[in-house]
Design a protein around this ligand. Structure first.
Ligand code: BES
Ligand code: MN
Ligand code: ZN
Length: 485
């Protein structure tokens, strides 16, 4: 059994007063079982601080795990999400297979929000990235039960539970894809995974390769793909809800570089292995489409994932080359390692051609974004405040951290080319912004959001509530953004 504790002094003030954390449940039996240790002052109930009690008096459970959420006045459903994640990650390696979570009340939040957060936290917490370890044991929690005061709210809570399972499993689907290394996740395999997923949830899916890329005159996408022995994949997923024939069509565009060596502008060897995660944007859109197909919002959505390796080769593009994008714009290639914006340029143009009225893209696009925001916030850009407003509303529900960065004509100046329309790098300064300006050239007047997930798609260190490795960032937020239309 597991209960949540907030760190608040309840006892009288004075020199001998000990902090007495508050157990966030009305259940008298759970309260009694934890009373002694909480009164001792030894356990501070800081965020994600755990305390395990064996044979708790008066409870039939074998153990009672307390998880801290920090200051009571500040708690939100995000703390509930982290608490169940922490509990699952704490119990997994100890072989504990069944958990009962005593749902805490969060002030000013309907219980259903707490249910959703609790279930998301538990399922996201259950993921581990050690797929290829021979000594990997199946340590997954097998049963996670919520103990909640339901009453009239029961229907809403059950709906929240079902929804949370879909959202967390979609996020974990994305993580599973991102976790695969370059030799196990080629563009062709990513296409197969998209087709399988689409079949299982009832989405339309088309996977094209070289021929279609030529037919569509996707010169920017092909310029990256031409240097690889692995064929590229152009993945299209369509969600067309019955009876919805007008209104917006949302276009989700993902960067699907299954390995980024830098191409002829070869990256240094150190940490080059991390570039197996460079298809995270594409995987994000596939996870979001999975959730959309299952949660059925009343709006049409198309996803376009441009998948290819970026490799050095006799056929690879060279710095100085000129490429003509699908939109007709000419691009001067100054650095073949700025490849993400090239495949996205044609992905964006194609999504518009397929009818998208609003666009969102996700990409592990720039190291500069990691320098600017670290690994905490995803960089976000938009050419339309109203469309961005729907993302801000979504972030309030999902608890993810995005930070909006600026666009502007002065930045657009930095990517003007002498020989062609634009160049694919704008120099060292403001690298995340000039990359976004590059994409904006292809979004044109269509309302568009760009998410730079270079720093947030992969967690180098695990947290108490989530494993190290692929994070699945933005999947839940994009789903919520779609619902806001
Ligand atoms: N995939 C990288 C960006 C990246 C860096 C992702 C670190 C995750 C972690 C991207 O293709 C890239 O190489 N960008 C270059 C652009 C530069 C050449 C203008 C970069 O950021 O250095
Ligand atoms: Mn690159
Ligand atoms: Zn890249």
């Amino acid at each position: 059994m597991l209960a949540v504790v907030a760190a608040d002094a309840q006892t009288a003030k004075g020199p001998d007063a000990k902090p007495e954390p508050v157990l966030l449940t009305a259940d008298p039996a759970v309260k009694a079982a934890a009373a002694t240790v909480l009164a001792s002052g030894e356990y501070k109930a800081g965020s994600n601080e755990t305390l395990l009690l064996h044979a708790p008096a008066g409870l039939s459970a074998k153990r009672l795990l307390l998880v801290g959420v920090g200051k009571l006045a500040k708690i939100t459903v995000n703390d509930v999400r982290n608490a169940t994640g922490t509990a699952v990650r704490f119990t997994k390696p100890r072989g504990i297979r069944e958990l009962v979570f005593v749902l805490p009340e969060v002030q000013n939040e309907p219980a259903a929000r707490g249910v959703r957060a609790a279930v998301e936290g538990a399922l996201v917490g259950d993921f581990d990235s050690d797929t290829y370890r021979s000594d990997r044991k199946d340590q997954s929690v097998q049963a996670f039960t919520l103990a909640a005061a339901t009453g009239a709210d029961r229907k809403a809570q059950e709906a929240a539970l079902a929804e949370a399972v879909i959202l967390a499993e979609s996020q974990n689907f994305t993580r599973t894809l991102v976790n695969e290394p370059g030799n196990k996740m080629t563009p062709t395999i990513l296409g197969q995974r998209a087709a399988e997923m689409a079949k299982s949830v009832g989405l339309k899916c088309e996977v094209y390769s070289t021929e279609k890329i030529h037919e569509l005159k996707m010169g920017a996408f092909w310029s990256v793909a031409q240097g690889s022995a692995e064929p590229p994949a152009l993945i299209v997923l369509r969600y067309e809800p019955e009876g919805v024939t007008d209104g917006p069509v949302l276009g989700l565009v993902g960067k699907g570089i299954t390995f980024d060596s830098g191409g002829i502008s070869l990256k240094p060897g150190a940490k080059m292995d991390e570039m197996k995660t460079d298809m995270a944007g594409g995987a994000t859109m596939m996870g979001a489409m999975r959730a959309i197909a299952l949660l059925k919002p009343k709006v049409r959505v198309i996803a376009v994932v441009c998948a290819t390796e970026n490799m050095p080769d006799g056929k690879a593009q060279k710095p100085g080359d000129i490429q003509i994008a699908m939109s007709g714009k000419s691009i001067e290639i100054l650095n073949t390692d700025a490849e993400g914006r090239l495949v996205l340029a044609d992905g964006i143009t194609y999504a518009k051609q397929l009818g998208a009225t609003h666009l969102i893209d996700a990409a592990t696009l720039t190291g500069a974004c990691v320098v600017a925001l670290g690994t905490i916030n995803t960089g976000a850009f938009s050419n339309d405040d109203e469309t961005y407003g729907k993302l801000e509303t979504a972030l309030k529900v999902t608890g993810e951290k995005f930070w909006r960065l600026p666009l502007g004509d002065e930045y657009a100046e930095m990517i003007k080319s002498d020989i062609g329309d634009i160049k694919n790098t704008g120099g060292r300064w403001g690298g995340a912004v000039t990359a976004a300006e590059f994409l904006k050239v292809f979004a044109e007047e269509t309302p568009w959001i760009h998410l730079d997930i270079a720093g947030t798609a992969w967690l180098e260190d695990g947290k108490p509530y989530i494993a190290k490795g692929p994070s699945g960032v933005a999947v839940r937020t994009i789903l919520e953004w779609v619902r806001n239309f």
